[in-house]
Design a protein around this ligand. Structure first.
Ligand code: TTP
Ligand code: MG
Length: 391
């Protein structure tokens, strides 16, 4: 395989860093973002905490009551997801200025393959510096970056120098880089496997690399030799825009076949609403919209349309679906099932045109409002006038 340059970017103490950015009084202090601690009686968990709070042993997913016990003088803040997704959109947009080969992993983390594009900016390490600088300039936050010939090494490298870290692992140095590290660092090796290895006296990646493949096969079956490959630093997993080939769809079967247009249009709108919510929850949008109609007697038709800009908005999907349905001839037959699918997906953070951005602003505001209400009170709390409530 030709040499690759893979970057892993991960924001530092992401939610807590946003809170410290927006409130100077929180800077330098232990900040714990999570559910309400209720004076130590709260039953939720910690989302994340600032590096100052980590000194008290506080970690993500720890019960908030324990965090309270460990650090009663800390500042406890409940999360404001709107702010975090805004910062997340900015960083993902920055990535696209450096390469189209991006694999978003989470709200604050992504892999970038810059093999084909780094020369536009200088060296691969220059790209890392530029990304860090732009993130700092445009969000006021720090990110840690790892650069390596493969994904696993890049991910480990970004983590080792946190916060505000930058570490390059050169081709030919991966195996040496990994050897002293704890086996728990291997990406794809779960805690159960790690414990079994430790029971065998294998604690470091180097020790695992030195194991005989036959011995590993005996313990773990065919998965064993693969673990050793990872320990040797052999990882050819690619940076994939995971959602490229996928789609999001929902279907609805009527309790009884129907020819009542109002029932059909209510179901179509509710399906569009549901598909839209799922696209948005996954942080993606798509350009191809497909309507599926199954008539009485189980004959199934699909009709598809491609729109100029990818979307995840209910109204835009619905407009296409209505047109597709309007052009479809049932010939008096009743409808048994309806389905709506959006495919040709890409990350929602990509802005395809300025014009589109302006046009969509009102949809974005409306969707965010609905999502806040549903987040608090459940999906049924608010639904489209003219759409079915449950689908
Ligand atoms: P992480 O990148 O795992 O953590 P982090 O950015 O807070 O800190 P680090 O510097 O170690 O990268 O997760 C990103 C955000 O996701 C985090 O700020 C809050 C949220 N999150 C949770 O809500 N619950 C969790 O259990 C974890 C791990 C993260
Ligand atoms: Mg992070």
């Amino acid at each position: 395989m030709p040499e690759r340059y893979i970057i892993h970017v991960d924001m530092d103490a992401f939610f807590a860093a946003v809170e410290q950015r927006d409130n100077p009084a929180l800077r330098g202090r232990p900040v714990i973002v999570g559910s309400d601690p209720k004076g130590g009686k709260g039953r939720g968990v910690v989302s994340t905490c600032s590096y100052e709070a980590r000194k008290f042993g506080i970690r993500s997913a720890m019960p908030i009551s324990e965090a309270w016990r460990r650090c009663p003088n800390g500042v406890f803040v409940t999360p404001d997801f709107g702010k975090y997704s805004q910062a997340s959109e900015i960083i993902h947009r920055i990535f696209y200025d450096f390469t189209p080969d991006i694999e978003p992993i989470s709200i604050d983390e992504a892999f970038l393959d810059i093999t084909r594009s780094y020369k536009l900016f200088g060296t691969p390490l220059d790209v890392c510096r530029l990304i860090k600088e732009r993130i700092k300039a445009e969000t006021g936050l720090t990110a840690s970056v790892g650069l390596a010939p493969n994904k696993m090494a890049a991910k480990i490298a970004s983590d080792l120098k946190k916060p505000d870290g930058l570490l390059e692992v050169k081709a030919g140095e991966v195996s040496e880089f990994l050897r002293p590290l704890d086996i728990g660092r291997i990406w794809g090796l779960g805690p159960k496997t790690a414990n079994i290895l430790r029971e065998q006296g294998i604690h470091t990646v180097g020790q695992l690399a030195d194991c005989a493949p036959t011995e590993l096969y005996r313990i773990f079956g065919k998965h064993g030799p693969q673990l050793r490959e990872l320990a040797l630093g052999h990882d050819d997993r690619e940076v994939v825009m995971e959602n490229e080939a996928k789609s999001v769809s929902n279907e609805f079967t009527f309790e009884e076949d129907t020819a009542v247009e109002r029932e059909i249009s209510e179901a179509l709108l509710a399906l569009c609403d549901k598909v839209s919510s799922r696209l948005r929850a996954d942080g993606v949008k798509g350009r191809t919209i497909t309507l599926k109609i199954r008539l009485e007697g189980f004959i199934t038709f699909t009709r598809a349309a491609t729109i100029p800009f990818a979307t995840n908005y209910t109204d835009v999907i619905h407009e296409s679906v209505r047109e597709l349905y309007g052009a479809f001839k049932r010939n008096g037959k009743k409808v048994r099932l309806l389905g709506v699918k959006v495919s040709g997906l890409m990350p929602a953070a990509i802005k395809e045109s300025l014009f589109e951005e302006e046009m969509n602003n009102k949809f974005e505001v409306a969707h965010k409002a609905v999502e806040t209400i549903r987040g608090k009170f459940g999906r049924g709390a608010i639904y489209r006038a003219g759409g079915k409530k449950d689908i």
